[in-house]
Design a protein around this ligand. Structure first.
Ligand SMILES: [Zn+2]
Length: 161
């Protein structure tokens, strides 16, 4: 069976058991920005349920222009006031350079590599706090998820009133 057929098959069971959440606004006013890494089950790791949070993912869980675009909508249109940036240990973007990733992929892109998680999280939290249009966001947090133990380390937090 192809992977797509497996997905569609699994959806039959899911759809029949799924709770219908009508409100598009995340009920806990949360957005989680994290890496696409297959070892991170965001909802389980943070005790979240359907309808409670936006989950925005990319390689590295970095704040890129497209993350900012989504967060502008999250905060102004959908009531999000708390953003958590969750990077993780053993990330594919840690310990590599843009040049290496450009050579490996053939893509002339900025890949937002991570040299040091604390530094990268501070950088990303700074980008969020200095974006004038993210003023509705009152709490911004940066954490690191350990993909081996499942534990989270709190690295940086900004609360504004
Ligand atoms: Zn990663």
């Amino acid at each position: 069976m192809s992977e797509i057929s497996r997905l569609l098959d699994a959806n039959h069971g899911y759809a029949s058991a799924r709770a219908n959440v009508r409100d598009p606004k995340p009920s806990r006013h949360l957005a989680i920005v994290t890496c696409m890494d297959a070892r991170i089950d965001v909802f389980a790791a943070l005790g979240l349920h359907l309808g409670e949070a936006h989950v925005l993912r990319n390689a590295g869980g970095r704040i890129t222009e497209d993350m900012l675009r989504s967060l502008a909508i999250s905060s102004h249109v959908l009531g999000v006031d708390t953003v958590v940036v969750m990077q993780h240990t053993k990330c594919g973007l840690a310990g590599v350079t843009d040049e290496q990733l450009q050579a490996q992929t053939g893509a002339d892109l900025g890949f937002y590599p991570i040299l040091d998680h604390a530094e990268a999280l501070r950088e990303d939290v700074d980008i969020l706090t200095s974006a004038p249009y993210l003023e509705p966001v009152r709490v911004i947090s940066g954490v690191v998820f350990d993909v081996e133990s499942g534990e989270i380390t709190d690295v940086v937090r900004v609360e504004r009133h």
